[in-house]
Write a protein that binds this ligand. Structure first.
Ligand code: TNX
Length: 605
């Protein structure tokens, strides 16, 4: 089967209009090598071997089952491979949200293929597309299950996020009951094209997709990642790029840890010094920064287009030093503490005995709720070591009532478990010992759980002792450790039905750049994504490792940094026409100076 050829950056087929900066606005002129890394003989030999391998062997064909996260059902048909013709069009049901997914499919395929891929709706007379996206909910109510080339589709069975993908020699069809389902189908299809589809510039060759049927839907409704923008601030462009990574692996929630001792990152109209004073610091003494309401809206909009819900966190009553610097009236004793740029936790708190504190909580949560279309409001609650017993539970219960009054569902770290139950409340469990009777009791009282076990899901943990950034308080987390646990059975005396899903938090005390974010995310983040999405019956480390290996060339081609974990059998990579990968981590150091808002807008809409 012929596959697209990789072309050296200087070669003729590469567009001379190669963008000067990547989608995220990082500087591609930065060296892709590990600074300070001394090439040793073995490393040089491996590089030579890889280069020779790339010259001799064409990239392995993509198989229908090579998808991460693993789909629920895969039925390959080797006689039905599809080749994308240059004049292909994308057809889509006449629904604005479905149409937007079709546009996103075209946007994903145009740069590497160089094909025009026009998008029109199926209501167009005579419209026949080689790529067809069908939003089938209407068809189901009107006329029963929708028929596709490969048989009837039980759209109801696909739920809110499922999809069906049919690849035949003539066409590719994605059918779903919702636009979110269509987008998940698009992400699966993206992975079934050769890795060169990730190239930002045209690549010559044939774009072959393996034939057959995929029927797929998630195991858990909540699949997320958290970015701590408080310890180090990350501008809008970096956040948008992280959202792209979420969408790629069918994660549907981005939790933003917006406030902490070292910085307050969201402008609040009624309390302006939170951002202007509280936002001016970060770990290591860098300049910090904050999101204006417009910045935050842009993040929310970009996420929504990718069917990712933003979960804002205002961490209370502890982790509040930056707020106290800005407004000493919130501090016990009403004295402003000095700004904090270290990495200790548990020393700060807003005064739970002063009514002014609750004005602050109501104003801040009110403004953040108004900016956030999603249902969740995260109030933190962790490590408030100095607010004990009834003072702590009383504070949390009041915060829970404020959230309910705003029409949102409260989320908190599992330390809030002893507080009274509030309708629908969700605890985010970050323990390291699955025997947690206090959390189990809160579940019996009605709480649901997001699982982020510190020793499996914490992406700020090092991979290995020599990982140049990150922590190890919850242990070392290599890819296998990130993959080998079961969210459905992880906590003792907690039924799987109480588990809303999983989330991979990335705390950023030691993380100062987008490349460092990506280095810690990849390749562990797809492991968490698979735990959240795939049925347990597909769980298999050896199979996962092999499927994941094929993503290395995709990330390289797209200019995404990642850790070349020795556990994964990465294929040989030739010279690709892709973006240069950003520089990967050096030693932990002081915060890097970075503008509060990006210089360029990577948003394609
Ligand atoms: C614990 S996990 C924290 C964070 C730190 C993190 C570092 C949690 C709710 N609190 O404040 O950043 O450890 O790994």
């Amino acid at each position: 089967m012929p596959y697209p050829t990789r072309i050296h950056p200087g070669a003729a087929a590469v567009s001379p209009t190669t963008p000067a900066t990547s989608a995220a606005g990082h500087d591609p002129a930065r060296p892709a090598a590990l600074p300070g890394h001394q090439p040793v003989a073995a490393e040089l030999a491996r590089t030579a071997e890889r280069a020779a391998g790339a010259l001799l062997a064409p990239p392995a064909p993509v198989r229908l089952g090579d998808v991460v996260p693993a789909p629920e059902r895969v039925e390959p048909d080797p006689t039905a491979d599809f080749t994308l013709p240059a004049d292909a069009a994308v057809r889509v049901s006449p629904d604005p949200a479905a149409r937007d997914v079709a546009e996103q499919l075209a946007e994903l395929l145009r740069p590497a293929t160089g094909y025009p891929l026009p998008v029109t709706d199926t209501a167009h007379p005579g419209a026949e597309g080689r790529l067809v996206l069908t939003l089938a909910a209407g068809a189901l109510t009107a006329a029963g299950p929708t028929a596709t080339a490969a048989g009837p589709v039980d759209v109801d069975g696909l739920g809110a996020e499922g999809y069906r993908l049919d690849v035949t020699a003539d066409s590719i069809r994605i059918t779903a009951g919702t636009p979110a389902g269509l987008l998940h189908g698009v992400q699966t299809l993206r992975q079934l094209f050769p890795a060169a589809i990730e190239s930002p510039t045209p690549v010559t060759g044939r774009w072959v997709v393996p034939g057959g049927v995929v029927v797929d839907r998630p195991r858990f409704p909540y699949r997320g990642a958290m970015l701590d923008v408080a310890r180090h601030f990350f501008g809008v462009a970096d956040v948008l790029r992280v959202i792209d990574h979420l969408a790629r692996y069918k994660l549907n929630h981005l939790h933003l840890h917006l406030t902490d001792d070292q910085g307050w990152r969201i402008a609040v109209e009624g309390w302006p010094r939170l951002a202007t004073v509280g936002g001016a610091t970060e770990v290591g003494g860098g300049p910090g920064g904050y999101y204006t309401a417009a910045d935050y809206r842009r993040i929310v909009r970009y996420a929504a287009r990718r069917h990712v819900t933003v979960v804002p966190e205002i961490d209370l009553p502890g982790h509040t030093n930056a707020a106290l610097v800005a407004y000493p009236e919130l501090a016990p004793g009403k004295v402003a503490p000095p700004p904090y740029t270290g990495t200790e936790v548990g020393f700060s708190y807003v005064d739970p005995a002063d009514e002014r504190t609750y004005d602050f909580v109501a104003d801040v949560l009110g403004e953040v709720a108004a900016l956030t279309p999603g249902p969740w409001l995260h109030v933190g609650g962790d490590e408030a070591f100095k607010v004990k017993g009834a003072a702590y539970t009383g504070f949390v219960e009041r915060a829970q009532r404020i959230v309910a009054g705003l029409g949102k569902t409260v989320v908190g770290w599992h330390q809030i478990a002893p507080a009274r139950h509030a309708d629908g409340r969700v605890l985010q469990w970050w323990g390291t010992d699955g025997d947690d009777p206090v959390t189990a009791e809160a579940v019996r009282r009605g709480a649901r759980l997001i699982l982020s076990p510190g020793n499996h899901a914490y992406l700020d943990m090092k991979y290995a002792p020599d990982t140049p950034i990150g922590h190890d308080w919850a242990g070392l987390i290599d890819v296998r450790r990130a993959y080998d646990w079961d969210p459905g059975t992880h906590l003792r005396d907690v039924p799987a039905a109480a588990v809303l899903g999983v989330e991979a938090p990335l705390w950023t005390e030691s993380v100062t750049s987008l490349a460092e974010i990506e280095y810690l995310l990849l390749p562990r983040f797809p492991a968490l994504a698979e735990l959240g999405w795939s049925p347990r019956t597909t769980h298999d480390w050896a199979g996962f490792r092999d499927r994941l290996a094929g993503h290395g060339p995709r990330w390289s081609t797209a200019g995404i940094a990642f850790h070349r974990s020795p556990e994964i059998p990465w294929p040989a990579e030739g010279t690709t026409p892709g973006r240069p990968a950003p520089a990967i981590p050096t030693q932990p150091g002081p915060g890097t100076a970075r503008p509060a808002t990006p210089a360029e807008d990577p948003e394609p809409v």
